[in-house]
Write a protein of this length. Structure first.
Length: 364
């Protein structure tokens, strides 16, 4: 009976070993799944906390510093990596502050908070939001969001297209319509944001929209503004074609462009700099969205403003926000380096403030 008893003990010991190994494998698998970055499929995985520490160090956020309440996101967890998304926006604000402090770029980064700027900022008092309009960067959709929040319409789908830009009927007050004390109060307390895109691609969009296609039937661009630019900046006086992109670039890059801007009035908002439109070095914005990453930025802005449960940003058609390098190079291919450099000199503040690279065709 002794051999039988020993064999029984050996089988029990072997079964116990297998059970320990099995439990260890299950626990190991659970730990791996728990700490894996869901957005890093196919890449080396690291614990999320390590990524967060690395990125905070890159933007030089002091440990004792507490971000103002207006920078704290609200609502549900962010889509994608819940830690990376806020850091992207903190990095953008940190870059903005650093460039604003650069004295060499002061003339290109600073502007007075004039009535022109205050006219660009739309107000949602109900939810304490200010939105600065930067045309040719998908602003129509953000206006629709604010119109719904202000209560003029119950949903974005109900808003007629002809109402969106009719500031007498869309229920969107401008910041300039308030008293000085009320303006200061809103600038200090409200959630403030605006959207940017590659400056040169934005100029191409403005040129196509206003001088080529003109879908909203705004005849003054073709019949008043275009002839004014042609008379001043077209080199070949015998050329009878309508406004060409080369004429447009020459006008925008002229250091003395302001004498024409005064004649054109507020129509220039479609191509003046972000600095002139929104005064980003003078007004402390809560978030700066990028058109190129709008699929991520739009939900983030809604959550950060605490309104994601009330309204959604309209569906973005596939590929519409992607930077089209080939298109930009094609438009600038026939333009002299001198004219492109003068144009860049005017928009350099926009490139530097918002982290856009100088175009490759200027470096060659």
């Amino acid at each position: 009976w002794l051999p039988s008893d020993n064999m029984h003990h050996q089988w029990l010991l072997l079964a116990a070993c297998f059970w320990v190994i099995f439990m260890f494998m299950v626990a190991s698998k659970f730990i791996t799944l728990t700490f894996k970055d869901p957005d890093g499929y196919g890449a080396k995985q690291e614990p999320l906390i390590l990524t967060a520490v690395t990125k905070v160090e890159e933007v030089h956020v002091p440990e004792e510093k507490h971000w103002p309440e207006e920078f704290q996101p609200t609502g549900k967890a962010f889509s994608g990596n819940p830690i990376r998304q806020p850091l992207v926006h903190m990095e953008r604000l940190e870059l903005l502050r650093n460039v604003c402090r650069d004295t060499a770029l002061r003339n290109l980064s600073h502007t007075a908070v004039s009535k022109f700027v205050l006219d660009r900022i739309f107000v949602c008092d109900k939810h304490k939001i200010l939105f600065c309009q930067t045309p040719k960067v998908g602003n129509t959709q953000w206006k629709k969001v604010l119109i719904v929040l202000n209560g003029a319409f119950s949903s974005i789908e109900e808003i007629p297209e002809n109402i969106v830009h009719d500031h007498e009927k869309n229920g969107l007050p401008r910041l300039s319509s308030f008293s000085n004390s009320e303006i200061k109060k809103r600038l200090n307390l409200y959630f403030k944001f605006f959207i940017v895109r590659d400056p040169f691609e934005r100029l191409i969009s403005a040129f196509k929209d206003k001088f080529v296609h003109n879908p909203r039937f705004e005849p003054w661009y073709r019949h008043e503004i275009a002839p004014g630019i042609i008379r001043k900046y077209r080199r070949n006086r015998t050329e009878t074609k309508g406004l060409q992109f080369e004429d447009f670039v020459r006008y925008l890059g002229d250091p003395n462009h302001r004498w024409l801007d005064v004649q054109f009035g507020d129509h220039i908002i479609h191509w003046v700099t972000y600095v002139e439109l929104c005064a980003p070095c003078e007004i402390k914005y809560s978030v700066i969205g990028h058109h190129e990453t709008l699929e991520d930025d739009a939900p983030y802005i809604l959550k950060a403003a605490g309104i994601d449960h009330l309204v959604s940003y309209p569906t973005i058609p596939p590929g519409i926000t992607v930077y089209n390098k080939t298109k930009v190079e094609r438009y600038f291919s026939g333009i002299s380096k001198r004219d492109i450099r003068r144009l860049y000199a005017r928009f350099e503040g926009d490139f530097k403030l918002f982290g856009y690279r100088e175009p490759d065709f200027l470096l060659n």
